[in-house]
Design a protein around this ligand. Structure first.
Ligand SMILES: C[S@@+](CC[C@H](N)C(=O)[O-])C[C@H]1O[C@@H](n2cnc3c(N)ncnc32)[C@H](O)[C@@H]1O
Length: 202
């Protein structure tokens, strides 16, 4: 399934969804068109994308904010989405965000986000994978505490239970095996550990 359609499908059953970094507004549009949610809130740091969202969502029950993350948001919502960004941008937004349910889709370094979530009072409730030219992992979280092993942080505590992740793990295994041939000794130790985690899943 297409990445943005998949994210929209995870909004089913929520009343109000807030999309941080909404860009074109596609996720809210899809979720509203399909009746998954009743109202949307779009937050964008950049004026151009916010204007695009306003055009695409004209006459939809959506409110728009030019805002850095949650800074200007003073409305109630039931779930927030932060997707399609680098992991450090997502963490920067979460550092200044309320504790609530989130749908998170970092473009890279999922293990960095999982460790952050564990250390900052979130439980990973679902992990999904979809292929849309590349593999994308979507992580759903809620406030709470959990302890994850290093292996779980790397593989994903829920993703490793998902049979659709096997091909993704295999691809990662192949990529890391190639890197292992050319990296320095310090990196080698870490990559060997990761390859061993992946080996058990494929
Ligand atoms: C690559 S786009 C991803 C758009 C969409 N969320 C998706 O998944 O396709 C990232 C968007 O996030 C916006 N953005 C980046 N940092 C932000 C922040 N701190 N607060 C609000 N929006 C932000 C950018 O302006 C850009 O439109």
């Amino acid at each position: 399934m297409k990445r943005l359609d998949y994210i929209a499908s995870l909004l089913k059953g929520y009343d109000i969804a807030l999309d941080i970094g909404s860009d074109h507004g596609y996720v809210l549009k899809k979720a509203l068109d399909l009746g998954y949610i009743n109202k949307g809130i779009a937050s964008e740091i950049a004026p151009g994308p916010l204007e695009n969202a306003k055009t695409n969502l004209k006459n939809y029950p959506v409110t728009f904010y030019l805002s850095d993350g949650f800074d200007k948001i003073n409305e109630k919502f039931d779930i927030a989405i932060i997707s399609g960004m680098g992991v450090y941008t997502i963490i920067d937004i979460l550092n200044r965000a309320p504790k609530c349910e989130y749908i998170l889709q970092p473009n890279d370094k999922h293990e960095v986000l999982r460790k952050y979530l564990m250390e900052n009072g979130y439980i990973i409730t679902e992990e999904h994978i979809t292929f849309d030219k590349f593999y994308y992992i979507i992580i759903k979280v809620k406030p709470g505490n959990e302890n994850l092993s290093e292996e779980d942080i790397f593989l994903g505590p829920k993703l490793r239970l998902n049979k659709n992740a096997k091909d993704y793990y295999k691809l990662k295994y192949d990529q890391l095996s190639k890197i292992l041939l050319v990296c320095d000794n310090e990196t080698k130790k870490n990559i060997t550990k990761q390859i061993n985690y992946l080996k058990k899943e494929i």
